[in-house]
Design a protein around this ligand. Sequence first.
Ligand code: ADP
Ligand code: MG
Length: 700
Amino acid sequence: MRPSILDPLFAPATTLSGVGPKLGKALDKLLGDETRPARVIDLLFHLPTGAVDRRPSASISDAPIGEIATFSARVAEHRPAPPGKAKAPYRIIVEDETGDVTLVFFHADIRHLLQTMPIGEYRIISGKLELWDGMRQMVHPDRIMDAKAFATLPAIEPVYGLTEGIGARVMTRIAAGAAEKCPDLAEWQDSGFHARSGFPSFITAMQALHHPPDLRAVQADTIARRRVGYDELLASQIALALVRRQQKKAAGRVTAGDGAIRRAIEATLPFSLTDGQRKAVADIHDDMEKPERMLRLLQGDVGSGKTVVALMAMAAAAEANRQSVMMAPTEILARQHAERLAPLAQSAGLKLALLTGREKGAGRRQVLEGLANGEIDIAVGTHALFQEGVVFHDLALAVVDEQHRFGVHQRLLLGSKGEAVDVLVMTATPIPRTLSLTWFGDMDISVLSEKPAGRKPIVTRAISSERHDEVVGAVGRAVDAGAQVYWVCPLVQESDTLDVAAAQERFEALREVFGAKVGLLHGQMPGRDKDAAMAAFSTGETRILVSTTVIEVGVDVPNASVMVIEHAERFGLAQLHQLRGRIGRGSAASTCLLLYKGPLGPVAEARLTIMRETEDGFRIAEEDLRLRGEGEVLGTKQSGSPDWRIARPEIDGDLLAAARDDARLLIERDPQLETPRGQAVRTLLYLFERDVAIRLLRAG
Ligand code: ADP
Ligand code: MG
């Protein structure tokens, strides 16, 4: 059981003072997931992505131009818009003995300004200071405060990833509230640790991260972040070590088939398998026939045809009269897999069922019964497949698709659904061997290195968003020629600023041009509407699908040959590659248009260049690591893997190595985590939700 000292952290975010139901909902969207609301700990680990320096300058003339400036000044004059020019801004002049600044307000609430900025009073003003015609001005100051209010604000203000309904000031306040709930936990390191490493304690590190003493304190390589990152790596390494120990003990079962069902399926495929696919199927089959458990990673770039390999593996299980599950990271993908695979399975006499959180009532009961009595051979679904109440008659194989969206802890749960279940993990993310070890433990690896025959290269172009109209024209011509188009907008949920091209808005604008040919798909739509939108695009009823990145993973519509990605500069390289992998699947030539809003930073520019130059997932992954190593600060969500909230194992190699050694030593000395330090380690595992591994310890 989770130690009760952690309870305040695992309580819903709404237990924080000042977080009501409405704010709670917004937080759920940002930090929760399908199965749970946002919790205090999610806020604790939602670290600042930057910081703003609001330390005041001595005077107006000292205030830096072109940056965030903070200064105290006297309100000198209100200048309303001239009569007849209602749209002109409202201006307020503030001054001190060294100079003045014009504050500019568009669509101003004049009554409010008159109230908060009476002439003659002193105010502390903070915002971006600019020169306009040689005069200092500030458009919409971030803060206008009296001295008392100013004293309550941190001088170094952390900047958090935000979402609709949560402004910067609110987020800063509730994150501070979450940091306050952080308990002072017993140290899980040995007594010499602090002196050796120079690391602060966990709680000191957490406080420093949410209350940065200076601008450097929020960067990825500060000692506080490294401490917490190390802790996370340590938790994961200990969990993996426990799992490995267990795996060595637990024997697997022999699953041997005669190949009949596999042959039947292969005969109905509209294509023949590539050599790589054949080899992977053979590897998997060999593993399944052995009395040890299979733990195999199938690695293949997007579009390389991993799904059919999984189907053949599941067919092999069915030949031995045993069941399989295939798990997808999203509802949409699970449904698509089920739809694609059901006819193939059926033609070979297999029964396939879908199980997600949305199957309810009688339908759900039927599936659960079928799984329990063995009538259903293959279950396709989301993590609903893990839930209690899902019982299998004889589960042989679990396939986990698009691994990078799954956490280690979820993977560990798999094993509990059947004795010695064979596990096949499929990922499009090429992972260097050393990393795959730390992410997946001791896995064998099969690689699909060639793409199915007949694919044409994708032409990728980077285009300034100023040429939006031309792009719309080109999309129109492509649609007239019979193509289908994905139009991708950045995630609404993670929008930091208001100018994110929201999918909704784009949808409406494109509807004006193309009418009913345009569909919309985003994560906040109800599940039913998502299905309908996806189905309409699959069948060709809609020709242009405006979406957020929900299409990133796995979706397969071969006729789609054009992709437009808006604000491509905001996406990571791996994400762009995943997205682009949705096209170039049919026989038609494909085009990917990366719309960017300049000016581009050097890293964003390098990303777009690499995307233009290559489609090779391995090269892209390498470049991605290299660019990320060049010091971009990553927020928790950007790291792209739910396994890591703070650590960046691909970059922090030294921390990873240390964590691995420390974990090994720890387990060796205290195999059941029974000593006082062992107890503290248990708390660590709960803290980072690697606690499934604790079940593997001797009870008591
Ligand atoms: P991914 O590896 O990204 O999951 P999929 O399994 O979705 O790729 O396969 C991508 C597309 O390629 C699908 O439309 C699938 O039917 C097709 N495909 C798979 N294997 C072959 C093959 N050997 N020859 C031709 N097409 C194939
Ligand atoms: Mg896939």
